[in-house]
Design a protein around this ligand. Structure first.
Ligand SMILES: Cc1cc2nc3c(=O)[nH]c(=O)nc-3n(C[C@H](O)[C@H](O)[C@H](O)COP(=O)(O)OP(=O)(O)OC[C@H]3O[C@@H](n4cnc5c(N)ncnc54)[C@H](O)[C@@H]3O)c2cc1C
Length: 344
């Protein structure tokens, strides 16, 4: 490679950091602009922690072609495998977690239909009716994984800095056009780069709008309640509740109820999980943290990764409920397209 590409990434979440990881690996010089106090404070901060290729089908694009969903599953499988390697390399502390996830359904009929759908997609799943199904129809996905996304972001950022990446925090950025040239404007400075990558999660659309580029990504709010871990038997695998699109995930030092769609208040999680697992919810007590965030939902049902029609401006956004599961492979795909190794 000749002179290293000088690249700006707007957004220091799972996707911006993973893009930087793959680009630096290929010799690029990368500066990340993150408006928050630190990296990883966006939609991944208190997500459900599931690295779940099993859930690759979009939630609201029912007409998506089955082959396109299979492509997404392929990406997610690759991403999971690469993520497990990178977590190991970075020394993430929760690698001991048991593989797998569970999914519960209010209606056995819906659960059985979903099982047929998963099987059609080539996803391995088994009916599950043990203590942690709480009397519901359940499915178990042994090929999924889980882990703390925020810890990963912090470890990855430390590693990126050591590899020469500049990470600017408290650095709200915008893209401005002057005399036919594009600049990243942040903290009163206007800087030029060879490429600008928009990886700003649900804010990505707004960043591109002034350039007359309409990115089909919109916010889809989710919530979390974080509790101290009570001293009682707890499920080792994350448990998804299909009907509410929420999950209970037990981490080493805390329990997280998280997810939902169409709810305005994190407390909705309380009543959802009180109905499913009342004994656990009673023992959880008062939440330590109540949290809400916008998942970047792509209107076309899959993340948008690649060059835009604006010269030198690229995008990596729209991962919806799958950003932790897809982060490493999304970074790889973007880097390969940009550095010219072609599509995977
Ligand atoms: C409740 C909940 C549960 C979830 N559970 C899972 C799960 O179990 N498994 C899974 O795979 N995924 C899950 N997700 C989805 C996953 O967390 C997201 O898809 C992922 O975090 C998206 O990453 P991102 O980097 O695109 O966006 P974000 O994580 O939101 O990061 C974008 C970053 O850009 C910064 N930014 C925005 N605008 C600017 C600007 N102008 N200048 C500078 N910086 C800017 C923001 O501050 C932010 O840090 C969940 C999400 C939620 C909300």
């Amino acid at each position: 490679m000749g002179v290293a590409l000088n690249i700006a990434i707007i957004g220091g979440g799972l996707i911006g950091l993973s893009s930087a990881d793959s680009l630096i690996h290929r010799g690029a010089k990368v500066t990340i602009f993150e408006r928050g106090q630190d990296v990883g404070h966006g939609a991944g901060r208190y997500n459900s922690g599931m690295i779940h290729p099993s859930q690759s089908a979009p939630w609201f694009n029912d007409d998506m072609d089955i082959n396109d969903i299979k492509t997404l599953i392929g990406w997610a499988n690759n991403s999971r495998d690469l993520l497990m390697k990178r977590r190991q390399m970075l020394g993430c502390e929760d690698l001991h977690r048991m593989p797998g996830t569970l999914q519960l359904f209010e209606s056995p009929y819906v659960g059985q239909k979903k099982k047929t759908f998963y099987t059609e997609l080539g996803i391995t799943c088994f009916e599950y009716s043990d203590a942690w199904s709480f009397g519901h129809y359940g499915l178990e996905f042994l090929e999924d994984q889980s882990g703390n996304a925020h810890h990963y972001c912090l470890k990855l950022a430390e590693d990126l800095r050591a590899r020469g990446c500049q990470i600017r925090t408290h650095a709200l950025a915008e893209i401005i056009q002057q005399d036919n040239q594009l600049f990243v404007k942040s903290a009163g400075q206007s800087l030029t780069f060879d490429r600008i990558i928009v990886a700003a999660g649900s804010a990505s659309r707004g960043l591109l709008k002034p350039l007359n580029y309409e990115l089909p990504v919109r916010p889809m709010q989710g919530h979390a309640l974080i509790f101290a871990r009570p001293d009682m038997p707890l499920p080792e695998l994350p448990i998804m509740h299909w009907d509410s699109r929420s999950a209970m995930t037990v981490f080493d030092d805390h329990v997280r109820l998280s997810g939902t769609v169409g709810e305005d208040d994190p407390k909705a999680l309380w009543s959802i999980w009180d109905n499913i697992a009342p004994d656990i919810v009673k023992a959880l007590g008062i939440p330590l943290v109540e949290w809400s965030a916008d998942r970047p939902y792509s209107e076309i049902g899959r993340p948008i990764i690649g060059a835009t029609s604006i010269p030198h401006v690229w995008v990596n956004a729209g991962h919806g409920h799958m950003g932790w599961s897809l982060c490493t492979w999304s970074g790889e795909m973007l880097a390969r397209m940009m550095i010219g190794e072609g599509l995977l």
